[in-house]
Every structure is written in structure tokens, then in C-alpha cells.
Design a protein around this ligand. Structure first.
Ligand SMILES: C[S@@+](CC[C@H](N)C(=O)[O-])C[C@H]1O[C@@H](n2cnc3c(N)ncnc32)[C@H](O)[C@@H]1O
Length: 206
């Protein structure tokens, strides 16, 4: 991680008010949100955990179809905006609270999702995060993020080398497989943006 957790949290606290408008301007972000939501496709009895939930774009979109959605993040400012949106939309089965990728503060989940957040972690930290996700016992993990399908190009718009640390699709696929998942879909949104779907045969206890 190129910045500390505290630095990432305060960076997102500062932009929480404008975050939704700025992100929604980006076609690739909208495409990733839509693909993560479609692939998550929860059953009505499912508990879904959204890690790096931010202002709740994914968590709130999935709440209608799931029994419960747990949003976790390190930025209280981003989650405060997510809670406001839940209230405005009359969504009651979603809960937002402190949690990190490597310590999600979630007991178990049927489905884990994450969008545009894990790229702050280094390759090794992503490995630890995906191992922690596997321990929650999900049957499916859907990851939308900045990731490299080809050679990394720091001049491209999807990451800032000073704060972001995206991995290659190959690294993410290896780590998912080693954590006991099978990669069942790879959606390439852009040379540097993708959605990966990792599944296991059945839910296991955490
Ligand atoms: C670009 S936003 C994405 C938010 C949301 N998932 C979306 O699709 O709009 C990234 C979020 O990841 C959070 N984040 C960064 N590092 C994290 C970590 N180690 N654990 C949990 N959340 C983290 C940030 O606070 C921020 O809210």
C-alpha cells in the first residue's frame, strides 16, 4: 500500500460529498458497477458483504434482492454518505461500519463484492485480503477494479501511481484460485478495468 490506511481514509473523507457525481461521469466505472451487481445476483436469503463500500453504490443496489447487505470501509465520511442514501431510498436491510480488506469485521457472508477499492493494496496485501474473504465462507466473490489486462501504463486515466497499486489480472486470478475459488467469469471493461467472478461449489462455515 503506497499510503497508510489513515491517509486513504482521510483522502476519501474529503471527497465523500462529490464522489458519486465524479465517478458517475466515467463510463468504465458505471460499467463495472453494473457488471458487479449483475454477477453478484444474490438470492433473497443471502447475506452480502461489500468491502470498500464507499458511498454504497454496490451495497444499495443489491439490498433489494438480498436478505442483508453489510458495507465495510475505512472512511467514515464515505459511509456517512452511504447511510444518508439508504435513508433517502428507504433501504433498511443494509448496515455500514468500519472494516478493512484484511480485517473485514464481518462474521460470514454468502456473497462478497468489492468495486474500485482493492487496487489500493499491494499484490501481497491483496493476497491476504482474498484469503480473509475466503474465510468468510462465500460461495461467490465478485471483484470489480482497476487491473491490468496488458502492460501497465501510468499515463492512462484509471490509476494514480502515487496512491494506487493495481495488480495484473493474472495475479488476481492466481490468488483467487489458491484461496479455493474457481474463476468463472472475466469481464474486460477497459485495458485497465475489469470484473472477475470467483466461485466455490457451496458455502462453507467461516
Ligand atoms: C474509489 S472508492 C470505491 C467505493 C465503492 N465501492 C464504489 O464502487 O463506488 C474506494 C473505497 O475504498 C476504501 N478503502 C481503501 N482502502 C481500504 C481498505 N484497506 N479497506 C477497506 N476499504 C478501503 C476507501 O475508503 C474508499 O471508500
Amino acid at each position: 500500500m503506497k499510503k497508510s490506511l489513515e491517509e486513504h481514509a482521510s483522502r476519501f473523507d474529503e471527497v465523500a460529498g462529490e464522489y458519486d457525481d465524479s465517478q458517475n461521469d466515467t463510463e468504465e466505472y458505471r460499467a463495472a458497477v453494473s457488471l458487479v451487481v449483475d454477477h453478484a445476483n444474490p438470492h433473497e436469503s443471502d447475506t452480502v458483504a461489500d468491502l470498500g463500500t464507499g458511498t454504497g453504490a454496490i451495497a444499495l443496489a443489491l439490498a433489494e434482492d438480498a436478505e442483508k447487505v453489510i458495507g465495510r470501509d475505512i472512511s467514515e465520511g464515505m459511509m456517512e454518505r452511504a447511510r444518508e442514501k439508504a435513508t433517502e431510498q428507504g433501504i433498511e436491510n443494509v448496515e455500514f461500519g468500519e472494516g478493512r480488506f484484511r480485517e473485514p469485521n464481518v462474521e460470514e457472508a454468502d456473497i462478497v463484492v468489492s468495486n474500485f477499492a482493492m487496487h489500493h493494496l499491494s499484490d501481497e496485501e491483496k493476497r491476504e485480503a482474498i484469503e480473509a474473504i475466503a474465510e468468510l465462507g462465500p460461495r461467490k466473490f465478485v471483484l470489480g477494479d482497476v487491473m491490468f489486462f496488458g502492460e501497465p501504463n501510468p499515463d492512462e486515466p484509471f490509476y494514480s501511481p502515487e496512491v494506487d497499486d493495481p495488480s495484473t489480472v493474472g495475479h488476481l486470478a492466481d490468488v483467487m484460485t489458491e484461496a479455493g475459488f474457481a474463476l468463472t467469469a472475466v469481464e474486460r471493461v477497459h485495458e485497465q478495468v475489469g470484473v472477475l467472478v470467483a466461485e466455490r461449489g457451496e458455502s462453507t462455515e467461516a
